[in-house]
Design a binder for this molecule. Sequence first.
Ligand code: C5P
Length: 228
Amino acid sequence: MAERGLIIAIDGPAGAGKSTVARVVARRLGYLFINTGAMYRAVAWKALREGVPLDDAGAVGRLAGESLIELTGGVDSTRVLIDGRDITGEIVTPHVGQAASVVSTISAVRRALVARQQWMGRAGCVVMEGRDIGTQVFPDAEVKIYLDASPEARAQRRYDEDLARGLAVASLEEMKEQIERRDHSDKTRADSPLTQAEEAIYIDSSAMTVDEVVDRILEIAERREDRR
Ligand code: C5P
């Protein structure tokens, strides 16, 4: 059987820079880029739209199992589709992010999405980012990164991002509170809480540029590739 390509798993809390960094790493290596948070956001978006209570585990779990969620396009033009409808622009709001954090505590939702993520990354040559990639989705990933940053740095980044997107912006203080609430929920949920995988390399990006983080990850990936 042909050996599959490298899997680079990047986990960490909201605002640590995972998507930005993962995208650049994927572009530099010619790999697939998979943003798993977008899939939880898509489920949350549909539940909100259909008026399904977010804490109704049975109904939201069924919804996740029945929906067709697709990530299409290249590294720099990723689109998120649910049941054929492009919702890329609609799932980036803080409201949907918060709702995603709620639906992600439902085991049936996680089972449905993790199975799809494993299928999407099965051939390797992929950079996948989220909260549980190195611990649950690909525990055998060759490269595992835990990307972190201080709550202040993460709040500032999310604030700048929302401003650039033209979204209604909360104050920096409110943003920090939102981020800390989401961290708490992601780290304390019963099913697949956000934790650093044992073999994951910890990177604190608070005082690093995107290029510095990318170079560090490429270096780690290169070393792993050499050892294969
Ligand atoms: O990364 P992003 O902020 O888009 O993720 C939204 C939410 O989806 C997270 O707060 C988390 O609760 C959930 N999520 C998850 N597992 C993943 C990716 C995201 O539980 N692999």
